[in-house]
Design a protein around this ligand. Structure first.
Ligand SMILES: Nc1ncnc2c1ncn2[C@@H]1O[C@H](COP(=O)(O)OP(=O)(O)OP(=O)(O)O)[C@@H](O)[C@H]1O
Length: 249
C-alpha cells in the first residue's frame, strides 16, 4: 500500500484507489475509489456492518493491524472524532483540548476553541462534570484547535438525544463554514447526511454504490421539498421499505 502524506498527486485532498480491507479472510472493503476535495463535506451511509468504520479507520491510518491493499493519500494534518468523546478523565477540559499542542499560545488557542463550541467558562471543569453533548463539544474543540485539513468523524452524534443532536448539527455547520476542513462523517442518520453534506456516499458490499451530490443552499433546513427528495432517494438506496406497513430494515 502506497501512502503519500506529502505530495498529493491530484488537486484533491484524499485520494483512495482500489482499497481493500478484510478481517480473518473475510473481505469488508472490496475496491473503494474515493476522492475528497479540500473543504468538501462527505457523509458516509451504509447498513450496519457494511464497513463504514473500517473505511474511516483506513483514512485515519489507524488500521495498521488490518490486512489490505490499495493506493491511499491522506493529509498528515487530520483529526478524528468518535461516538464517545474519549476525553482523558484525569485532565481538565482545557488541558484535554490542548494536550500535545505545541506553541506558547496553545492555551489561548484552546480557550478560543472552547468559546467557539459554546463552552467558555468551563475550561477548568473535569470531563465527568459535563453532559454527553458538552463532552462532544470538547472533542470537537480538541480537533478544530489543530486546524485539520481533514476531519474524520465516526457517528459523533450517535449517542446524543435528538435535541442535542440538532444543536450539534447547527454548531458543526457553523464550524465548517468558518474553518473549512474536508470532512468524512460516518452516520446512520439519513437526515443528518442530507443536512450537512456536499456529497453522500452509500457503502454496499464493500464498494461505494451511491455517490450523491446534495445541491441545497445553506444553511439547510429539514422538511423543505428538495430535502425530502434526497432523503427518499437515499433511503431507497439503503433498501429501507417506506411502505406504511413495512418495518424499516
Ligand atoms: N477488528 C475487527 N476484527 C474482526 N472483524 C471486524 C473488526 N472490525 C470490524 N470487523 C467486521 O467488519 C465488518 C465491518 O465493520 P464496520 O465496523 O466497519 O461496519 P460499520 O458499517 O461501521 O457498522 P456499524 O454501522 O454497525 O457501526 C463487520 O462485519 C465487523 O464485524
Amino acid at each position: 500500500m502506497a501512502t503519500d502524506v506529502g505530495g498529493l498527486k491530484n488537486s484533491g485532498l484524499v485520494h483512495a484507489r482500489d482499497l481493500h480491507r478484510g478481517f480473518d479472510g473475510r473481505a469488508v472493503l472490496q475496491g473503494i475509489d474515493l476522492d475528497i476535495a479540500r473543504g468538501e463535506f462527505v457523509a458516509l451511509l451504509g447498513r450496519s456492518g457494511s464497513g463504514k468504520s473500517t473505511l474511516l479507520r483506513a483514512l485515519a491510518e489507524l488500521d495498521y493491524d488490518v490486512p489490505g491493499s490499495g493506493e491511499l493519500e491522506v493529509p498528515a494534518n487530520r483529526a478524528v472524532v468518535f461516538q464517545d468523546s474519549r476525553l482523558l478523565p484525569w485532565a481538565r477540559v482545557l488541558d484535554n483540548v490542548v494536550l500535545g499542542l505545541a506553541g506558547r499560545d496553545a492555551k489561548e488557542r484552546g480557550r478560543q476553541a472552547l468559546a467557539e463550541v459554546g463552552l467558555a467558562g468551563r475550561e477548568r471543569a473535569w470531563p465527568k462534570e459535563l453532559s454527553g453533548g458538552e463532552q462532544q463539544r470538547v472533542a470537537l474543540a480538541r480537533s478544530l484547535v489543530r486546524e485539520p485539513d481533514l476531519l474524520l468523524a465516526d457517528e459523533p452524534f450517535g449517542a446524543l438525544d435528538a435535541l442535542t443532536r440538532i444543536k450539534m448539527h447547527v454548531l458543526l455547520q457553523e464550524l465548517c463554514a468558518k474553518h473549512r476542513p474536508a470532512v468524512l462523517l460516518v452516520t446512520h442518520d439519513v437526515d443528518e447526511a442530507v443536512l450537512l453534506a456536499d456529497r453522500v456516499l452509500v457503502l454496499q458490499e464493500g464498494r461505494i454504490a451511491v455517490d450523491q451530490r446534495i445541491d441545497l443552499a445553506r444553511p439547510r433546513r429539514h422538511r423543505e421539498p428538495a430535502f425530502n427528495e434526497y432523503r427518499e432517494l437515499l433511503l431507497e438506496s439503503l433498501g429501507v421499505d417506506r411502505e406504511p406497513t413495512g418495518v424499516p430494515a
